[in-house]
Design a protein around this ligand. Structure first.
Ligand code: GLY
Length: 372
């Protein structure tokens, strides 16, 4: 394997909370050195899934121990079902038993569920302790691990309980993606395409130029390509979060494809379709709306469909109830003052946010990507 130099991307925030996202391969030694030299405590608790502990945790722990840390593991069952307040309470009990102190650190080794849970526990334990993110899915590397959205689900909805709480660093090690199922790798690619459409036309062009290699969904032999896809996505998210941490305005552009996408995801019963698969059709539906509102050219939609198709995404979901999707969208957090907000492309690399899309057009756009 050719060794690619790691890239460090700043997330600039006020109040001494700025941090770096590091993107590269085989980064565990580097992470151990970072934690030690930045005095992030003596004890480190790794929140992870049993399978990830076996695959990567032991190796990471041995590097951390060599750097002088005491390392403990808290194993959390896989799946969205672990993201709840009962689990949070159990984790807090265990941290208190360990007598973890404020200068010590929690480390999230996993995908979005582990990251959100670890971040939220870190935000409330002793009124806030250090935490670092080591995301192990593409989706978490390019999106969930960056920007400090932490939290758990409530019976009334996803991510309703939580806090903005930033990590001390994010290590996106793409060598860990080699064990990720291809469907999950593809799912993460939807978010990469999203960054291309919303603010990074050169990234979108890069995806098109390397479409065949990317669609193989293999990291080995294509390290430079994956390094570029991940680091460019992280850089886009870092800029957006730096400018609008609490999503009062600009951060909303990250929801491109998510308004209808989340509606479909909710209607398919979380888990029926992967998040990125729903975002992919959501991006098509949003672009359809943009065309109908004379905001962008038809060619953008054609290009987006070709790209997503070549990456192996379904462009049309059969058997989904469109009225139920519309209702699910109305319950989403992105509804502001009763109005649905849409991120709509104007050209490749540029979008606007609109809350005046007529309901009939929304339903028409849903029908473009699903069929009962
Ligand atoms: N995933 C969207 C955000 O972090 O704002």
């Amino acid at each position: 394997m050719t060794h690619i130099a790691k890239r460090s991307i700043p997330v600039s925030l006020n109040g001494n909370r700025s941090y770096s996202i590091v993107v590269g391969s085989d980064l565990f030694s580097n992470l151990a050195t970072f934690l030690w030299t930045n005095s992030l405590g003596k004890t480190l608790v790794v929140f992870t899934h049993p399978n990830l502990k076996y695959l990567y945790g032991e190796n990471l722990a041995s590097k951390l121990k060599k750097s002088g840390f005491n390392v403990s593991f808290f194993e959390i069952p896989e799946g969205e079902g672990s993201k709840n307040l009962t689990q949070v309470s159990a984790l807090l009990d265990k941290l208190l038993d360990l007598k973890l102190e404020r200068q010590d650190t929690l480390l999230a080794l996993g995908g979005g569920v582990i990251g959100d849970l670890t971040g939220f526990v870190a935000s409330i334990y002793l009124r806030g302790i250090n935490f670092v993110q080591v995301p192990t899915t593409l989706l978490a590397q390019v999106d969930a691990s960056i920007g400090g959205k932490t939290g758990v689900n409530h019976p009334k909805g996803k991510n309703l309980i939580g806090a903005f709480y930033q990590p001390k660093t994010v290590y996106c090690d793409f060598s860990v993606l080699k064990t990720l199922p291809q469907s999950e790798l593809r799912s993460g690619l939807a978010e990469v395409v999203k960054y291309g459409v919303i603010r990074n036309a050169p990234l979108y062009n890069f995806i098109q130029e390397n479409l065949i290699a990317i669609s193989e969904l293999k990291i080995d032999g294509h390290d430079a390509i994956w390094q570029h896809l991940i680091s460019e996505s992280c850089a886009d998210k870092a800029v957006v979060v730096s400018e609008d941490e609490r999503e009062s305005d600009l951060r909303g552009i990250l929801n491109f494809g998510h308004t209808i996408g989340h509606g479909i995801e909710a209607e398919c019963g979380y888990g029926g379709r992967l998040h990125g698969e729903c975002v992919a059709v959501g991006m098509i539906a949003a672009t359809y709306i943009a065309i109908k509102m004379n905001l962008c050219a038809q060619s953008l939609l054609e290009s987006l469909k070709e790209t997503l198709d070549a990456l192996g995404f379904d462009l049309y979901f059969k058997g989904v109830d469109s009225d139920a999707v519309f209702e699910a969208m109305r319950l989403d957090k992105k509804v502001k003052s009763g109005k649905l907000r849409f991120v709509l492309p104007t050209r490749m690399g540029a979008v606007v946010i609109r809350d005046n899309v007529p309901d009939d057009l929304v339903k028409e756009a849903i029908a473009v990507v699903i069929g009962e």
